[in-house]
Design a protein around this ligand. Structure first.
Ligand code: CAA
Length: 255
């Protein structure tokens, strides 16, 4: 892979988007490389958590690659958005293991949309977040019009998208767009510590919880029914046996 770096250590995988000259902007190749990386990580039982970040201290991802789509027509524009949803953004949202965005700088346009497709976000205090597409004569095309209102509410999402303004990491924290803000030097370590806590728990239960929570945001299914079904299924698993026996034996579980 040219634009994406992969590391796996102690149950934690990290994908780093590495196009420093373009502030890690998402071109077609980078989207394909990210997409292809996800499938084996989803299936690898040794991987329990995924962190996605950008290379360097300036940018997480500065958006879709403007140079690449500048000459597109209506059909190509629609294809760009559809392919992005299918190949990457929906795949991350439906990833069977928690995906943390380590937002280490500018997260703009497709970059903020990528962070929002992740299950939650931790930002460095130098991060700037926004959906500037309307300033380019566009609207967000990688899920931003849908996921931003889910995270910050309709009014703030409309303000961010129609003003095309960037917000600070602190404002993103106040608005619920990121879970935590830390110094840039502490970002990697903070994400690793959170990932380690997740990796200690039952991977089966963590995936089941993700399915139930996501079910609540899917109009086609009833989240409460998914919770009931997933809860029931847990009782048939070795992880449930180990978790409950460990509690009763007053020891830590070994999943
Ligand atoms: N696409 C392609 N190249 C990009 C880029 C992008 N989204 N963002 C930055 N770059 C490139 C710049 O063109 C520049 O390259 P050159 O040196 O070859 O000119 C290099 O990265 C460094 O960028 P700047 O010189 O602009 O750096 P800066 O510090 O002055 O500004 C910035 C930083 C504010 C992030 C600015 O680069 C910027 O505004 N970038 C564009 C942000 C944007 O509009 N993103 C939305 C894209 S549209 C989209 O994402 C659509 C969608 O929803 C699907």
């Amino acid at each position: 892979m040219e634009n994406v770096l992969l590391e796996v250590n102690n149950h934690i995988a990290q994908l780093t988007i590495h196009r420093p000259k373009a502030l890690n902007a998402l071109n077609k190749q980078t989207i394909a490389e990210l997409s292809e990386s996800l499938d084996p990580l989803a299936e690898n039982p040794k991987v329990r958590v995924l962190i996605i970040t950008g290379s360097g201290e300036k940018a997480f991802v500065a958006g879709a690659d403007i140079k690449e789509f500048a000459g597109f027509d209506v059909k190509e524009g629609a294809q760009l958005a559809a392919a992005g949803h299918e190949m990457l953004f929906d795949k991350i949202e439906n990833f069977p293991k928690p995906v943390i965005a380590a937002v280490n700088g500018f997260a703009l346009g497709g970059g903020l949309e990528l962070a929002m497709a992740c299950h939650f976000r931790i930002a460095s205090d130098n991060a700037r977040l926004g959906l500037p597409e309307t300033s380019l004569g566009l609207i967000p095309g990688y899920g931003g019009t849908q996921r931003l209102p889910q995270l910050v509410g309709k009014g703030k999402a409309i303000e961010m998208i129609t003003t095309a303004s960037m917000i600070t990491a602190q404002d993103a924290y106040k608005w619920g767009l990121v879970n935590q803000v830390v110094a840039p030097a502490e970002l990697a370590d903070t994400c690793q510590k959170i990932a380690q806590k997740i990796a200690f728990n039952s991977p089966m239960a963590v995936s089941a919880a993700l399915r139930a929570i996501s079910g609540g945001f899917n109009d086609k299914v009833n989240g409460y029914n998914i919770e009931i079904s997933e809860f029931g299924k847990c009782f048939g698993t070795d992880d449930f046996k180990e978790g409950t026996i460990a509690f009763l034996e007053k020891r830590k579980p070994n999943f």
